[in-house]
Design a protein around this ligand. Sequence first.
Ligand SMILES: [Zn+2]
Length: 371
Amino acid sequence: MIYLEMKPDALKYHLEYISNNSPNNATCLKEKLRKERDKYIELISMSVRRTDEYRYLKKCKVLYYFLYTNIEKIATANIVEMENYEKSFSYYFPKFFEDVGEDKYIEISNNLKTLFENEYKRFSKGYSIEIDKKKKRWNAYEYIKLLRIKVCPYCNAQFTLTIHSTNVETEGGPSRAELDHFIPKNEFPIFSMSLYNLVPSCKVCNQSLKHSRKTSFSTHFNPFDTEINNQFYFSRQFKKYKKKRNKINYVDAILGETNNFEITISPKNIFNNLSLTPEEKILNKKVNNNIKLFRLKSIYNQHKDFIQENILKARIYNELYLQQLHLDFPNLIQNYDVRVLVTKEASEFQYNILSKALHDIIETEILSPKI
Ligand SMILES: [Zn+2]
């Protein structure tokens, strides 16, 4: 898991898409919600007062009035706001409709699902918006392209490249990362179009690992959360050799010449579990939940060869050796910082597979070892 930065332009374009009709007169979500509210106002005017049906219709009108007036906030709510919205919706929606009877509860739930699901399907294709008096197409493909993500933020182990297509006949259609609804659209339809709930991800994480398993803003880390990179770290645990009286071959292991190690992923605060604050305990739990859900331990231990190879490179390309190369080939070797050659900074994690693991392990073992 790695941090993925939400771009202000994505929020700006999305807001326009949600709240204003397209220059080609395609109807925006806000307008659809207004029409739905008006539909209930009309149904109320035709129904008999003080009946169950009348009370039910009034509640539906209130719901759509709320959505119509708040949809811009809901569609662009940040992580903290999304967590609050998620809690409120889980609590208030069933409570508000608790006295309407089961059939009516299912009816309004399905009504919401259909409206938002159709809107999300349309977002896959999208339509034009007008930004600074210029026409621009906005859809899932443009959104992913703008985020400039090349690897899946859940696993950081699979590429999620965006591939253009100029001719569908000869080249096939364009290809892009999948968009995962961080909290499921089936249970929370009103967040189907919320950007912080739309996480670009690889097929394995979205369809195979996550599938119908639930994630929530209060129990899991969402990649748009700025805290995510600092809340866990990768390290290597060396195994003991049975034949050599349970001794660890530290020399080979540290030099990167043995793969007799395991990659571990741990929450930042793992060692002082007793003195953790409630907030730190929640963060730890979120980290562990992500590790478990996306099977990160198993995935990373299948990439040991790649990690080992890079540890070896980091050892070989030490500063002295790189300085010598720089003197011999000044045009070729301009930067002799091993960090640039072997590891990536946090801002580049989203372009490189396994970058957070390599960064953490090489940083602690080679660049700034504590022992
Ligand atoms: Zn993935």
